[in-house]
Design a protein. Structure first.
Length: 224
């Protein structure tokens, strides 16, 4: 009898220890290969995690995989996403104040039209990520769907215009952080604004308040 009780207690202790180890496992947070994400958002979010005492590994990921990896629980969140991008995904929650406000913009090479009419009437292909294309077609349902070419490394889109692979791209830039150098020789036409947040899978909602406070504190320290 005593032996059975001891065995059961031992099992409970072992299970509790395993549970504690699992709960203490570092989170896996993805980020997009975009100059502003890499240089501005990533250091900010890393500092917030360090201040909150939450261990996390940060990994670069192509745009088309980010949300699917979170909803499949292969990753735990993403450094920063525009609200329109993650809003349809009910398993994904925003954490803390917005990291920045972003603009969805049309990038254009020199000597071509650069306004909203391009979305409807241009004979040229517009390069975009799959999620940017989805949001754009929601905002502009009259846009020509068959004129888009999808590339899911967001940071490479301006480069493709700079080497004359395409005339147009849909890109995302911060209204508060410096413009990437890759935009220097391109025309930029504003389409619409969105708030951009750090996001987590909803299963981590219990740590959202702690991280929210840390993000707000780090932003204040950086004067943002």
């Amino acid at each position: 009898m005593l032996k059975d009780i001891f065995l059961r207690l031992t099992q409970v202790v072992v299970l509790c220890a395993l549970s504690a180890q699992l709960s203490a496992a570092p989170l896996t947070i993805s980020y997009l290969q975009h100059p502003s994400v890499r240089d501005q958002a990533l250091p900010l979010v890393q500092a917030a995690y360090a201040q909150a005492g939450i261990e996390a590994n940060f990994i670069a990921m192509p745009a088309h995989r980010v949300l699917h990896e979170i909803t499949a629980e292969h990753t735990d969140g993403d450094v920063i996403l525009a609200q329109e991008i993650f809003a349809p995904f009910k398993d994904v929650i925003s954490v803390g104040p917005a990291l920045t406000e972003v603009e969805f913009v049309l990038l254009c090479v020199a000597n071509v039209p650069c306004d909203n009419s391009v979305l409807v009437a241009t004979p040229s292909t517009i390069v975009a990520t799959d999620q940017s294309k989805r949001v754009l077609l929601t905002k502009y349902p009259q846009a020509q769907r068959n004129h888009f070419y999808q590339i899911n490394n967001l940071g490479k889109l301006p480069e493709l215009l700079n080497v004359n692979r395409f005339d147009y791209a849909i890109f995302v830039v911060s209204t508060q952080w410096p413009l990437p150098d890759s935009l220097a020789h391109l025309n930029v036409h504003h389409l619409f604004n969105s708030k951009a947040y750090h996001v987590l899978h909803k299963k981590h909602a219990s740590m959202a308040a702690q991280l929210s406070l840390s993000i707000a504190t780090v932003k204040a320290q950086k004067g943002l």
